[in-house]
Write a protein that binds this ligand. Structure first.
Ligand code: GRF
Length: 260
């Protein structure tokens, strides 16, 4: 049985789908905590009702302290801005802007808060279930103890690599796509760029609205996330490196997930 931790920001419907799949025996697993980035996350109440321990790290208040009462703000002792900037692929390369440096500092402070709550639980897998915050290498490296065996999963509301970011269904809809979908992937140092584990797609017809696109997508998310977590629990996911030739004849590579 695997122990699953979850991070949420919203209604927690994916968390609930995964929890129910565990309870039904479809996943040999158990949700051991649910953490949120804001006290108002509705999913917290759903988790608590199901007996799942919860915690909150209030990102907004940490960011506010940084901006308005810097003397009260503290960085984690083991935070190294140069290392995080060098590793991260959240922003375009080159010299980081002041805003980007501030982003990494405030996120590291919040992520240290997450890590200190999470330290109370042992877990095999961390799932992001509608967690609307970017994670930095500071956090990712402290969860992925073995870089060859990533263990943070995310569900994204679009068919990656199309439409990364916070509004996948909205972007799909506005673009006029005739197919939408959702993707489960391991988290890496970029934004929604990690190795893809599974995807599901649905047709978008002339009678669809943004609302119906979101509804269709969420229905598929509730199937896809448990399926992917089940594969993880069964030890069937392996991340490997796939080399390929670039346009200029150079050798490039990408990390991909092999499913056995
Ligand atoms: C989902 O559409 C997920 O793909 C996105 O945020 C939404 C979260 O929904 N990242 P919920 O909180 O699981 O209900």
């Amino acid at each position: 049985m695997i122990r699953i931790g979850a991070l949420i920001s919203g209604t927690g419907s994916n968390l609930e789908a995964v929890r129910q799949a565990c309870e039904a025996g479809e996943i040999d697993g158990k949700i051991v905590f649910a953490g949120a980035d804001k006290p108002s996350a509705k999913g917290l109440a759903i988790a608590e009702k199901a007996g799942v321990p919860t915690f909150v790290v209030d990102y907004a208040s940490i960011i506010k302290t940084f901006k308005t009462s810097f003397e009260k703000f503290s960085l984690p002792a083991d935070f190294d801005i140069n290392q995080v900037v060098a590793q991260s692929r959240l922003f375009e390369g080159g010299v980081p802007t002041d805003e980007e440096i501030d982003f990494f500092r405030t996120r590291a402070a919040a992520e240290a808060g997450l890590l200190s709550h999470m330290a109370a639980y042992s877990f095999d897998l961390l799932i992001l279930a509608g967690f609307m915050r970017k994670l930095t290498p500071y956090f990712i490296d402290r969860v992925n103890i073995d870089p060859a065996a990533p263990r943070i999963m995310n569900i994204h509301p679009a068919l990656l690599p199309s439409f990364p970011g916070t509004d996948g269904y909205g972007d799909t809809w506005r673009y006029g796509c005739k197919v939408g979908g959702c993707t489960v992937h391991f988290v890496d140092y970029g934004e929604d760029t990690g190795p893809i584990i599974g995807q599901k797609a649905f047709p978008i017809t002339p009678s669809d609205t943004l609302e119906t696109v979101k509804e269709k997508g969420l229905q598929l998310e509730w199937q896809l996330y448990p399926e992917c977590i089940r594969l993880f629990a069964e030890g069937r996911l392996k991340v490997t490196t796939r080399p390929y030739g670039g346009a200029a004849g150079e050798t490039r590579e990408r990390r991909v997930v092999n499913i056995s």
